[in-house]
Write a protein that binds this ligand. Structure first.
Ligand code: ADP
Ligand code: MG
Length: 697
């Protein structure tokens, strides 16, 4: 924003070389940067409540003039300042920092005090309030600091040392706006502004600093948010246009293999699955590379849709590969797909990091010669020596587990390769437009029929025995259960020990009549495989496991998901875990064991409540977005998520939709922004390149 205002700060009144350095140190390098250095808070002095009328015992802001200051000696030396207005006065006390207070304030200064107001006898007092000088006798423009809504700016210690207080910044900004306000160019024309209900940019910049009313602050912020969102949408829209020029291999979408697959299914495809299959088939038939996101709640049957697409490749004589984030999941996919394609006379190769040498050589050979049509694997698929004869389609499962780089590496294995990414993390529309705005999106919005919603409850740790009693009763009816322990990372020994210890405890104690299995990330691959297949066959009644089980595992007879230390899990993780049950014809249960209520953080409490309230993945992710903010939803791997200064993906979802619409219209008329020169310049100047974008082309 304001990229034309890139002149050095010293061109402004009141800023010399030294001050320029100080500001630069706070990342304010140009005049434009300064104008976008927005207040962190405002004090409304237009409707000021007198000191005597302020409510007691809560957080208040009091404004008045310093009438006296003194240091009180004694065992606990303190500094007392009396601040007064027409209605009364308040005595402020600080213990410590006395010299600093002496130097920083003068009688006659108008200050704002923030903190708790209490009454002691007949005296009103505040202890250690926040204090900010609003004005003093030196101010030539008293209007700036009194009788209006006053902006407060955050200041670094370097800024303070250079006397760049919030008040000085206020003066600086006022002068800056007067000097160069009319150089603020609006990249959006009046039509767009009218349609989207946003104010001109110049007004927004002025009002964000010097609002006349509190509504001004909101409308100004809205305009600035809109621009931020709009640039991203333009960028994504542009990336999408570029992508649509990437060639793709033309595949048939109605060959014999896909037809047989559908004909052989033991169930009917859901309408949502049929719709997804049609949309993807349509993409694959075109000479343009598909770039599609398939989004569907856990258990909605995405695997089948992916397999259908993979068979389109096989039907066309080409190859397809599916990449899964964990070995367990890759193995499971291999297992299910093998069963589904065996009747069609096909096999699927499994590529993981720990294949035996001879087997690996054989697979490499099959991939290189094109004999192997279908492959499932982990990251191991990315290894250098894995080369395909004719890779036409790549499917990436649980896509948020993979980075952009990995996806790009995989695409390099083919030529004119189509890409289908699948995610079970339902994303609120506002977020998906921002994260995946350059992808086409297919949503599977219904679960297969007959699914019974999982019953969820959370219990404090002291009720654990009763929960186990319930679990036992399910096992007695030949159902199966998962008991999950948190594992923050594979290297955290202590958590692993907790799971191992719990396994031994349960096997000796509460669940001694049942067969238990232990599963964690540090087991050898064949140990994992043995345990998983024993569980799948029903030889094990319950699995004690770390979160290696979180993603994708599909065992319909499992009806209980018990999560220990549930307060330590994120909401989407809990939802994923719950998705492991409720996949068959029996009622399933999710029991979240948490710390006692009074030991829980508010966030944890909200998460557990949300889980108990709904099984709808979209609602869960909306709740997650509200509780944690967008940056966390995808975990730490989403480092490239755009950082917003003004916009808020939760609050501004309507703005996002509007910005998306406008960006599309504009790009369809002026794809390279040759007419919209200011916009073009802004877009070029905005550092969007480190954003999470699925690679274009
Ligand atoms: P996810 O979308 O979480 O990856 P899966 O593909 O693992 O879901 O499917 C979950 C379960 O639903 C599997 O056992 C699968 O066989 C079954 N399934 C898929 N489609 C249907 C359908 N149309 N009718 C009944 N069951 C289905
Ligand atoms: Mg899945």
């Amino acid at each position: 924003m304001l990229s034309n205002l890139n002149q050095p700060l010293r061109t402004l009144p009141g800023i010399g070389l030294k001050r320029e350095k100080v500001l630069e140190n706070a990342s304010i390098a140009t005049v434009g940067d300064l104008l976008l250095y927005v207040p962190y808070r405002y004090i409304d002095r237009s409707t000021e409540v007198g000191i005597a009328h302020l409510p007691l015992d809560g957080e208040v802001t009091a404004v008045g003039e310093i009438v006296s200051m003194q240091t009180i000696p004694g065992k606990r030396r303190r500094f007392v300042m009396t601040v007064e207005d027409q209605t009364g006065s308040v005595a402020c006390t600080w213990f410590g920092g006395i010299q600093y207070f002496k130097n920083s304030y003068r009688a006659g200064d108008i200050v704002a005090l923030g903190g708790k107001l209490t009454r002691f006898g007949r005296t009103l007092q505040m202890v250690h309030p926040e204090i900010e000088v609003l004005a003093n006798e030196d101010d030539d423009n008293q209007r700036l600091h009194t009788g209006r809504i006053i902006p407060l700016y955050s200041t670094t210690s370097k800024m303070k040392a250079d006397r760049l207080t919030a008040r000085a910044l206020r003066r600086l900004l006022f002068a800056a706006l007067q000097a160069i306000g009319d150089q603020i160019e609006d990249p959006l024309n009046e039509n767009i502004r009218k349609r989207c209900g946003i104010m001109p940019l110049r007004d927004a910049i002025e009002k964000i600093h010097f609002p006349d009313t509190t509504t001004d602050i909101d409308t100004a912020r809205q305009r600035l948010s809109f621009d931020e969102i709009f640039y991203i949408q333009l960028y994504l829209g542009h990336a999408k246009k570029l992508r649509q020029r990437t060639p793709g291999r033309v595949l048939t979408s109605s060959g014999p293999l896909t037809r047989q697959l559908v004909a052989n299914l033991p169930f009917k495809l859901t309408q949502a699955q049929t719709h997804a299959i049609t949309e993807i088939g349509h993409d694959l038939q075109r000479p343009v590379a598909m770039h599609r996101l398939l989004q569907g709640d856990v258990g909605s049957g995405k695997t089948l849709v992916a397999l259908h697409a993979m068979l389109c490749a096989a039907d066309s004589g080409a190859q397809a590969a599916l990449m899964a984030p964990t070995e367990i999941l890759a193995e499971q996919h291999a297992h299910t797909i093998r069963e589904l394609v065996a009747p069609l006379g096909l096999d699927i190769a499994l590529v993981t990091g720990r294949m035996r040498k001879a087997q690996r050589a054989k697979i490499l050979d099959g991939l290189g010669s094109g004999k192997i049509k279908l492959t499932v694997g982990t990251h191991a698929l990315l290894q250098n020596d894995i080369a395909f004869a004719d890779l036409a389609l790549i499917v990436v499962d649980e896509q948020h587990r993979f980075g952009v780089v990995q996806r790009a590496l995989l695409r390099e294995k083919g030529n004119a390769t189509h890409l289908l990414v699948m995610t079970a993390t339902p994303i609120p529309r506002s977020l998906s437009l921002t994260l995946y705005g350059d992808l086409d999106v297919t949503i599977i919005d219904a679960l297969p029929p007959g699914r019974i919603p999982v019953r969820t409850g959370w219990r404090p740790a002291q009720d654990r025995d009763r929960a186990l009693q319930f679990l036992r009763s399910e096992l007695q009816q030949k159902r199966q259960a998962y008991i999950v322990y948190p594992l923050v990372s594979e290297s955290e020994k202590s958590d692993l020990q907790a799971a191992t210890a719990a396994f031994e405890d349960l096997q000796k104690g509460a669940l001694s009549n049942f067969q238990l299995g232990l599963l964690h990330g540090r087991l050898k691959r064949d140990e994992k495989e043995t345990t998983m297949s024993a569980f799948r066959r029903g030889d094990l009644d319950a699995l004690v496991t770390t979160t290696v089980i979180e993603v994708g595992v599909d065992i319909p007879n499992a009806t209980v998901m018990m999560v220990e230390h549930a307060e330590r899990f994120g909401l989407s993780q809990l939802h994923q875990l719950r998705g492991r049950v409720g996949r068959g014809q029996h009622q399933s249960y999710c029991i979240l064991i948490a710390d006692p209520q009074d030991a829980l953080s508010d966030d944890a409490h909200e998460r557990l409540d949300a889980m108990a309230r709904t099984t709808d993945g979209f609602e869960i992710s909306e709740a997650d977005l509200c509780i944690r903010g967008p940056g966390h939803i995808f975990g730490t791997q989403q480092a490239g998520f755009p950082k917003f200064h003004f916009a808020d993906l939760v609050r501004d979802s309507a703005l996002i939709t509007a910005a998306r619409r406008e960006a599309e219209t504009l790009l369809s008329r002026d794809p390279n922004l040759t007419v919209h020169t200011v916009l073009r310049r802004e877009l070029d100047a905005t550092a969007l390149h480190d954003m999470q974008i699925v690679e274009a082309g």
